[in-house]
Design a binder for this molecule. Structure first.
Ligand code: ASP
Length: 328
């Protein structure tokens, strides 16, 4: 009887640990119950005079997105799944500049960029200039998982999407009156380009980091322009040795300063903390008004610096933090 009980216990332990290993095939590690998720819905000129109903609508969407990611992580899901599903939610919400609700180019069209990165082994995937994809972040993940490449653009990316069974949407799917108004106002020079890119970074219970960013880019951009979001190391980066980062703001500036990679490099090569490294890039290397970023490190510390008037953002952790904010 005693031997029988020992055998049952050993089998149960084996099953438990093999399940954990299956969840994280690439890098089997023991599951802790510590996780952190940080999200953003874009940095930019966000007036504090925002009507209360609009403000509440943004805060409510941020809470919903955060809850989706938190639930995945709390059940032992992976950081990659949480990043993708949170961004899918934003891509469906026309208030945010990603998927439906993407800004207009100067030609009145929509061209979207996205990237996702797995901090376990630096695998990553990205798409740029896609015009008919409802969920660019999911296509980026498929580029990572099903091709030997990192970045696919324009028709090539959409051909690949078709080959893996993704439905192409007409351009009208991405139209929203609010973004059209922004384009018209921008073209009349009444307003500066509005942001609203979305991003998510997570540390999961296996100690793995992941980052993702999805965007329609900047209002009135030239057709063919690619921003920082789909460029690994510029707008998106994740490395288990250091941190996971998603940027938002004036893409050209983030590309010139290789912002996401530099945050990681400052930590790895110079021993800076996450906060010191993120602040260095946003407040010292970039200029006021250029944008912001969200980041989480391997210990679950997070940072959300921005130099614009506001950044839609939220944080949830396994120790009970759950908060969303727009301004400082
Ligand atoms: N960084 C994005 C881009 O330049 C825009 C944004 O974050 O609002 O495409």
């Amino acid at each position: 009887m005693k031997n029988f009980t020992i055998a049952i216990l050993l089998t149960a332990a084996y099953l438990f640990f093999s399940m954990e290993v299956n969840a994280q095939e690439k890098n089997p590690v023991v599951r802790s119950n510590k996780y952190t998720i940080v999200i953003h819905g874009g940095a930019g000129t966000i007036s504090r005079e925002l009507p209360d109903s609009i403000k509440q609508a943004y805060l409510s969407s941020l809470k919903k997105a955060l809850q989706i990611g938190k639930d995945i992580l709390a059940k032992g899901g992976t950081s990659l799944d949480a990043v993708e599903k949170v961004i899918n939610y934003f891509e469906n919400d026309p208030k945010f500049n990603a998927g439906k609700g993407a800004v207009y180019t100067s030609a009145g069209t929509h061209e979207m960029d996205a990237a996702i990165m797995d901090g376990r082994d630096l695998s990553c995937g990205a798409v740029a200039g896609v015009e008919h994809i409802a969920h660019p972040i999911s296509l980026a993940r498929l580029v990572m998982e099903k091709t030997p490449h990192v970045l696919l653009a324009y028709q090539g990316a959409e051909k690949f999407a078709k080959s893996v069974g993704i439905k192409l949407e007409p351009q009208s799917y991405f139209d929203t009156p609010e973004r059209l108004k922004q384009l018209k106002e921008y073209q009349k020079k009444l307003k500066e380009g509005k942001h609203g890119t979305v991003g998510c970074v997570c540390l999961d219970e296996y100690g793995n980091l992941a980052a993702g960013t999805s965007t329609g880019g900047m209002t009135n951009k030239l057709p063919g322009r690619i921003g920082d979001s789909p460029l690994i190391g510029d707008g998106t980066y994740a490395n288990n040795k250091t941190c996971a980062i998603s940027c938002t703001g004036w893409g050209e500036k983030f590309i010139k300063h290789t912002v996401a990679f530099n945050v990681s490099a400052l930590m790895e090569y110079k021993g800076l903390t996450l906060k010191q490294a993120a602040d260095e890039m946003i407040y010292k290397q970039l200029q006021p008004g250029d944008g912001g970023l969200i980041a989480v490190d391997r210990k679950g510390n997070y940072a959300t610096p921005f130099s614009t008037s506001g950044m839609f953002r939220g944080v949830a952790t396994s120790s009970g933090t759950f908060k969303v904010a727009i301004w400082k």
